[in-house]
Design a protein around this ligand. Structure first.
Ligand SMILES: [Zn+2]
Ligand SMILES: [Zn+2]
Length: 331
C-alpha cells in the first residue's frame, strides 16, 4: 500500500489532506520523540482523506471461515484471511504471511492501542484461531503488513520469522524461535520450506527516514511446488527475471491501492497484477490487498471487478475471490 509518512507524495493530495498530514506528522513525530510508539506509521491513510471514513462501522463477517485443524499434511492449503494475510499449510508446514488480524491497522503509540483505519470485513481467523505456526513471514514494515498487536499475540518459541532487510530492530521485545532478515535473492530453508526473497517494486520504510528498510516479495518452495507471494509491488519485469522460469503453481498478487494514479508505481493495477501472474506462467492466481481496508481512492469493489475482467477467459485460474476463501491444490 501507499503506506508511510512520505511527504514527497503529498503533492497528489487535496489541501485538506495535506493539512491532516501535517498535523498527524507533527503529533506522530512528538510521540516518537517521547519514545512512546512501537513504530509510527506506514499507511497511505495518513495522507488520504478516507482514513477514518469507516470509523465506527460494524465489522462485516466473512462468508467463509477456514478450518485449519482439518487440513491434511499431504495437501497444500491456502486461506485468505483478508487484505495481505494468508494462512498456508505447505505439506504440513504451517505458514502465516503478513498477518494483520485485528480490527484496525496503524500506529500503536501505547501497547496495542492502534490508531488507524478500521476494517470493513473481519479477519477470517483471529490470532488465537490460526493455530501453531512453523513460519511467520512478514514482507515489509508497512502497517497493513506488519501489525504489532497481531505479532505480539502470535509470539511463540516454535515459530521462525522472516523479515525484510533492515527491519530486525522492529522485532525487539517480540519473542519467537528465530527472527531473520532476508535480502533480495537470499534463500533459506526453514521448517522444510525454501524461502526466497524477491525484489519487487515497492519500498519498506516504516518511517520516512528509515529508507534502508526493504520490501520483499517471496517465493516458497516445497516438494516441487512453488508459491509466489507478491506482497506490495508495482508492475515490474524484475519479478519474472528473478523467477527465471521456475514454474509457479500459485501466484498471490496484490490488486488494490492503485489510486490516485501516483500510487500505481508501487501498487499494481488489477490488470498489471494479472499480467505479472501471466508472465510467471502461474497455474493458479489469488488476488489480495483489496476489500478489507480503505487505503486508497478506488472504490472498494473496483479491484476485484477489474481483475475478473482482466482474467476473463481464464477465470478458472482465479481460485480465491472472497475473504476466508480456502483453496486446496488439486493432487
Ligand atoms: Zn500494503
Ligand atoms: Zn507497502
Amino acid at each position: 500500500m501507499k503506506d508511510q509518512l512520505d511527504l514527497s507524495n503529498s503533492e497528489s493530495l487535496s489541501n485538506s489532506s495535506k493539512r491532516f498530514t501535517r498535523r498527524k506528522f507533527i503529533s506522530l513525530g512528538l510521540l516518537g520523540t517521547l519514545g512512546l510508539t512501537g513504530g509510527y506509521v506506514a499507511m497511505d491513510n495518513v495522507f488520504g482523506n478516507q482514513g477514518t471514513k469507516n470509523s465506527g462501522q460494524k465489522l462485516v463477517r466473512p462468508n467463509f471461515i477456514p478450518t485449519p485443524n482439518k487440513w491434511s499434511k499431504d495437501d497444500v492449503t491456502v486461506a485468505w484471511l483478508g487484505h495481505a494475510s494468508f494462512l498456508i499449510n505447505f505439506f504440513g508446514t504451517k505458514i502465516l504471511i503478513d498477518p494483520a488480524l485485528d480490527s484496525r491497522i496503524g500506529i500503536t503509540p501505547i501497547g496495542n492501542l492502534t490508531i488507524g483505519p478500521s476494517r470493513y470485513i473481519a479477519s477470517a481467523l483471529t490470532s488465537d484461531e490460526v493455530g501453531p505456526l512453523d513460519l511467520l513471514l512478514v514482507s515489509h514494515a508497512h502497517t497493513d503488513h506488519f501489525d504489532y498487536p497481531t505479532l505480539r499475540n502470535l509470539q511463540s518459541p516454535n515459530t521462525h520469522v522472516v523479515t525484510a532487510k533492515n527491519t530486525l530492530p522492529l522485532w525487539n521485545g517480540i519473542n519467537f524461535k528465530s527472527v531473520e532478515e532476508m535480502h533480495w535473492q537470499d534463500s533459506k530453508s526453514l521448517s522444510g520450506v525454501k524461502v526466497t526473497a524477491i525484489e519487487g517494486k515497492h519500498w519498506g520504510a516504516r518511517i520516512p527516514w528509515k529508507k534502508g528498510m526493504e520490501a520483499n516479495s517471496l517465493l516458497l518452495s516445497k516438494n516441487g511446488v512453488n508459491i509466489f507471494f507478491g506482497a506490495d509491488t508495482g508492475y515490474t519485469e524484475l519479478i519474472k527475471q528473478q523467477l527465471s522460469g521456475i514454474p509457479i503453481d500459485l501466484a498471490i498478487m496484490g490488486i488494490g491501492a492503485y489510486s490516485p494514479k501516483s500510487f500505481e508505481d508501487k501498487h499494481a493495477t488489477p490488470e498489471q497484477a494479472w499480467k505479472m501472474a501471466e508472465e510467471m506462467s502461474a497455474k493458479w492466481v489469488v488476488p489480495m490487498h483489496w476489500g478489507s481496508f480503505n487505503l486508497s481512492r478506488e472504490p472498494m469493489e473496483e479491484p476485484i471487478l477489474r481483475f475478473r475482467q482482466a482474467a476473463a477467459g481464464q477465470i478458472e485460474k482465479v481460485v480465491i475471490q472472497e475473504t476466508g476463501g480456502t483453496w486446496i491444490r488439486p493432487r
